[in-house]
Design a protein around this ligand. Structure first.
Ligand code: ZN
Length: 297
């Protein structure tokens, strides 16, 4: 059976025409030292001559993040290994949508060069200078909100004791349970979580955002330091604390995230939010629901 690809124009509910039968996606690639990667669009393209992001039509088998990565490699020769996806924001038009995927460079593997006819130039632009460029209208409208989230991670702080609760069995059973939790969190970190499911209502336009969390799993006992799954760091808790208290004793006096990160703590105690400097707290039951939705129990 022939399955059409996503190339084509859509007559949108908003009254305009857009490229991409299944929507479109673009990559907002940020480098802490070089700025954000902008594409000067070739004259024959929609709003040709303007500056915007590498990207294009989403194909039927792709997620928006996959489409943004594929289009970016086609247009700039920057491979997916050269960046880490942090979040995405979707501009929903009804019969069409545009998703901006925010990513940050990893090392210096991102060396963009013009590789096809869709762009006439690629340039790293300091965020403060972006608005001075003649931008594509859609990107221009989204840029202020996008700029506010550049290079900002979502750190999900998970205390194994709180999430697993009291369990029968000895040290080995405990270590096994922590290891399984770590593996399931690694899957969650690769799937992405809607901001609303993280309790991040305070983030501007939160309903439009999805985050790929950086998970910090805090585990005392024999599982600590036994290695990390992708995106999941296991940090060894200080012993001597009890229950939820370990959340605070792990990183005394400091917020367990970098400045600018969004911090969501999984805890049963709303009072911990202030102690941790967390932007939101999530109940263990809510985390289990997310894990059950993306990984087999
Ligand atoms: Zn539209």
């Amino acid at each position: 059976m022939l399955v059409g690809n996503g190339d084509g124009f859509v007559s949108c509910d908003c009254g305009r025409r857009h490229w991409g039968l299944f929507g479109a996606a673009g990559l907002l690639l940020s480098d802490p030292h070089r700025g954000v990667l902008l594409q000067h669009r070739a004259g024959w393209t929609h709003e040709g001559g303007s500056w915007a992001l590498p990207g294009g039509a989403v194909q039927p088998h792709e997620t928006s993040a996959q489409a943004a990565a594929r289009e970016t490699e086609e247009e700039t020769a920057v491979p997916g290994e050269a960046f880490r996806v942090l979040a995405q924001r979707t501009d929903e038009h009804g019969s069409w949508r545009y998703t901006t995927v925010l990513a940050t460079t990893v090392g210096d593997a991102a060396q963009p060069r013009v590789t096809n006819a869709e762009s006439t130039a690629l340039r790293w632009v300091p965020p403060a200078d972006v608005a001075d460029y003649p931008l594509h209208s859609g990107f221009a409208a989204a840029w202020p909100e996008l700029r506010g989230q550049l290079d900002r991670r979502l750190v999900l702080l998970v205390d194994a004791d709180t999430v697993l609760g009291a369990q029968p069995g000895g040290r080995d059973a405990r270590a096994g349970a922590v290891a399984r939790l770590r593996d399931r969190l690694a899957v969650l970190a690769g799937v992405g979580v809607a901001a609303g499911d993280l309790g991040l209502g305070a983030v501007a336009g939160a309903a439009h955002w999805t985050w790929w969390p950086h998970v910090v799993l805090v585990a005392g006992g024999p599982a600590a330091g036994s290695g990390s799954g992708a995106g999941v760091g296991v940090e060894k808790a200080e012993t001597g604390g009890s229950g939820d208290g370990r959340l605070v004793t792990v990183v005394p006096g400091t917020r367990p995230a970098e400045p600018g990160d969004h911090l969501v703590a999984v805890t049963t105690d709303d009072g911990r939010r202030g102690q941790l400097g967390a932007d939101a707290v999530m109940a263990p039951e809510a985390l289990w629901r997310l894990l059950d939705a993306c990984t087999p129990g």
